[in-house]
Design a protein around this ligand. Structure first.
Ligand SMILES: O=C[C@H](O)COP(=O)(O)O
Length: 262
C-alpha cells in the first residue's frame, strides 16, 4: 500500500480575526520546526477574511504550514451574494477547502447534491476538497451509520472519475462527536474509515483506495490523536476546538508525526 502522509487540518470555524490568525499561525510555526513536516502535513482552515493575511505570512516566512477555506461556491462567479468561488480560493493559493461540513448541512441546508457540486468546483479549480460526512446520534443509535455514510459517499461522489476521487480528502465526522467532548472510540472511527476505503476500492479501484486520505473528526485532542492515527485506515484528523490553541494543536501535530513533543 502506498504511504499516505498524515494530514492534521485545523478547522477554526467562525473564530479568530485576521490579526489573531497571524498570531496563531506564527505560534504553531515556531513550535513545529521543519523536521515535523516530513512526517505530517499541517493545515489551518480559517474564516475567509483571514486567508489573505495567512497567505502573506506563509509566503513571506516560507512556512511549511498549508491553509485553506471552510466553504466554496458551486459557481465560478456571478450574482451569488456572500459566496466565495473556487477561482478566488485558487488565487489565494489555498490548498484545501472543507466541503459538506455537518454545520453547513445543518444550518445552511446543504444537501448531498450541493455538496457534490461543491466538491466538483473545488476539483475544477485544483483546490483539494476535504469532503465531510457522518451520521447524527439517532442514526448511530439505530445502527444505521454505515448505510448512511455509504449513501453520503454515493451522492457526494456522483459523476466523478477515479482520477478525481484520488484528489479528494475524506473526513468522517460523526455529528454527535463534534464539539461535544465525546470522541468516537478508535474502533468506531476505524470501522467507518475502513468502510470509506472499501467503498472507494469497490467503485474506483484498489489503486485509488490506496492513495486517498481518510480523516476522522470529532473532539480530537492531543490526548486521543495517537490512538486514532494508529488505526489502519485513519490518515489524520479534522480538528475543531483544539486547533484554536497553539500549544495543544502543535502537540497534536507532533504526536501525529510520531514525536518528539515540541
Ligand atoms: O471540523 C471539525 C469538526 O467539526 C470537529 O470539531 P471539534 O474538534 O471541535 O469536535
Amino acid at each position: 500500500m502506498a504511504a499516505r502522509l498524515p494530514l492534521i487540518a485545523g478547522n477554526w470555524k467562525m473564530n479568530l480575526n485576521h490579526l489573531e490568525a497571524i498570531g496563531l499561525v506564527q505560534k504553531i510555526a515556531f513550535s513545529l520546526p521543519e523536521k515535523y513536516f516530513a512526517k505530517v502535513e499541517v493545515a489551518v482552515l480559517p474564516p475567509f477574511v483571514d486567508i489573505r493575511s495567512i497567505q502573506t505570512l506563509v509566503d513571506g516566512d516560507k512556512l511549511l504550514i498549508k491553509y485553506g477555506a471552510q466553504d466554496i461556491s458551486q459557481h465560478d462567479s456571478g450574482a451569488y451574494t456572500g459566496e466565495v468561488s473556487g477561482p478566488m480560493l485558487k488565487k489565494l493559493a489555498c490548498h484545501y477547502v472543507v466541503v459538506g461540513h455537518s454545520e453547513r448541512r445543518e444550518y445552511h441546508g446543504e444537501t448531498d447534491a450541493i455538496v457534490n457540486a461543491k466538491v466538483k468546483a473545488a476539483l475544477k479549480h485544483e483546490v483539494t476538497p476535504i469532503f465531510c460526512f457522518g451520521e447524527k446520534l439517532e442514526t448511530r443509535e439505530a445502527k444505521g451509520h454505515l448505510e448512511l455514510v455509504r449513501q453520503q459517499l454515493e451522492a457526494g461522489l456522483k459523476g466523478f472519475t477515479a482520477e478525481q476521487v484520488a484528489r479528494i480528502v475524506f473526513a468522517y465526522e460523526p455529528v454527535w462527536a463534534i464539539g461535544t467532548g465525546r470522541t468516537a472510540s478508535s474502533a468506531d472511527a476505524q470501522e467507518v474509515c475502513s468502510l470509506v476505503r472499501s467503498f472507494v476500492a469497490e467503485k474506483y479501484g484498489e489503486e485509488t483506495a490506496a492513495v486517498v486520505r481518510v480523516l476522522y473528526g470529532g473532539s480530537v485532542k492531543s490526548s486521543n490523536i495517537s490512538e486514532l492515527i494508529a488505526q489502519k485506515d485513519i490518515d489524520g484528523a479534522l480538528v475543531g476546538g483544539a486547533s484554536l490553541q497553539a500549544d495543544e494543536f502543535s502537540k497534536l501535530c507532533a504526536l501525529a508525526a510520531g514525536g518528539p513533543l515540541p
